[in-house]
Design a protein around this ligand. Structure first.
Ligand SMILES: [Zn+2]
Length: 384
């Protein structure tokens, strides 16, 4: 039988529409909803009272209700009615963030702790996550889940690390965290987290390739605003395509992968990124040569990938904010040198979200899933 429109469904639909409207507008009056949603005044009033009573929305001052300047009560959603947590495990520290229903940061903490693939380390990290959650103003039962990345590849279901050669955590299972934290947890490949943030802040982004240029090279392909996942968990691992058979040894054990040419170390050596760009912009010959080689290599990588994916390329990660317009033009020069087609210069851009992109990104799937469940359409997120 076809879906019947029962009174109960209409009621749910009205409530969802009203909540969705307030979420998208951020602040809205009852009058706005009457016009925009074509609902009757009693229907809107009853639903607003219910949503307010349930704690999902609140009054937030007054807004102009008509052209002659009369004011009406404004309603907003309660952004931290639900929250999610993102945890990025790195060699020397653990970054933790909590975000609300708009993807905005509620709290952030960096715990200095050296990684060790052993139970005592994980127990201590879980204790830090638990302390972080307890310090939030959001009750624990309103935390939707904890996304975790550990510089490696996660299984399709996010339950285990299928490849963790950077830290040496291959085979780690997510129960280690769930048992201590008592909330749903899930592993994500870190560049996928960064790409998820980019999708959230870029309503126009449909298809693309996200390149993460940080300590290591990483990437994610985006198709129809979703991360392209793989059959074996290693989709878009461009960093291990071998380009120099006799090149340096990559952390994967093979020689001359893209990562050996485009890692942070390959560019800056023992300097910090800040120091490197400072001396390079002042004309230090060695640094200038290193940056030229980096741009040439990155141009070549994009040229190759661009022949496979004729989409927008987004440069993210720690190095991305240092690119100038002239640097991007040099990437296009290299791409034109290598590609057989007349190449336009409209498909490379710098990430809109340079900081906290991984931690926020791996928390976002919990938020998106919740918003989907309560009928909130995409597009209200604004992290910028
Ligand atoms: Zn490799």
């Amino acid at each position: 039988m076809a879906d019947r429109i029962t009174p109960g469904r209409i009621k749910t639909n009205n409530r969802q529409q009203i909540y969705n409207y307030i979420y998208q507008k951020r602040r809205a009056s009852q009058q706005d909803m009457l016009y925009a949603l074509r609902l009757s005044r009693p229907t809107v009033a009853t639903n607003l009272a219910e949503l307010e009573g349930d704690g999902l929305i609140c009054r937030s001052g007054q807004i102009e209700a008509d052209q002659i300047g009369r004011k009406a009560a404004a309603y907003s959603i309660v952004p931290d009615y639900r929250a999610a947590v993102g945890v990025e495990i790195l060699r020397a520290k653990v970054k933790i963030i909590a975000i609300d229903l708009y993807g905005d940061k509620l709290r952030r903490e960096v715990v200095e702790q050296r990684f060790a693939h052993e139970p005592a380390y994980y127990k201590s990290v879980c204790a830090a996550i638990n302390r972080f959650i307890d310090a939030l103003e959001v009750p624990r039962d309103r935390i939707l889940g904890v996304g975790i990345s550990a510089q490696g590849l996660a299984s399709e279901d996010g339950r285990s690390m299928v490849y963790g050669a950077i830290l040496g955590c291959t085979g780690l299972t997510v129960d280690v965290f769930e048992n201590e934290i008592g909330l749903p947890c899930r592993f994500f490949h870190d560049p996928q987290g960064a790409a998820l943030s980019e999708i959230w802040v870029s309503p126009e982004l449909k298809n693309g390739v996200y390149l993460s240029l940080s300590a290591h090279l990483g990437g994610a392909a985006i198709a129809n605003r979703q991360i392209m996942s793989g059959k074996h968990g290693h989709n878009s691992t461009f960093e291990h395509i071998q380009v120099k058979p006799d090149g340096d040894v990559c952390y994967c054990g093979k020689r001359g992968c893209w990562d050996t040419l485009l890692s942070r170390r390959a560019l800056v050596g023992d300097r910090t990124v800040e120091e490197f760009f400072e001396v390079m912009r002042m004309g230090d010959a060695e640094a200038v040569a290193s940056w030229s080689a980096y741009l040439r290599n990155l141009g070549a990588l994009i040229a190759h990938l661009h022949l496979v994916y004729d989409v927008d390329f987004i440069l993210g990660g720690h190095l991305a904010p240092y690119f100038t317009e002239a640097d991007i033009r040099r990437l296009y020069d290299e791409i034109r040198r290598l590609c057989p087609f007349d190449e336009a210069d409209d498909f490379i851009r710098i990430s809109k979200m340079p900081s906290h992109n991984i931690t926020v990104g791996i928390a976002l799937p919990y938020i998106r899933a919740y918003l989907d469940e309560i009928g909130v359409e995409e597009g209200g997120g604004d992290l910028a």
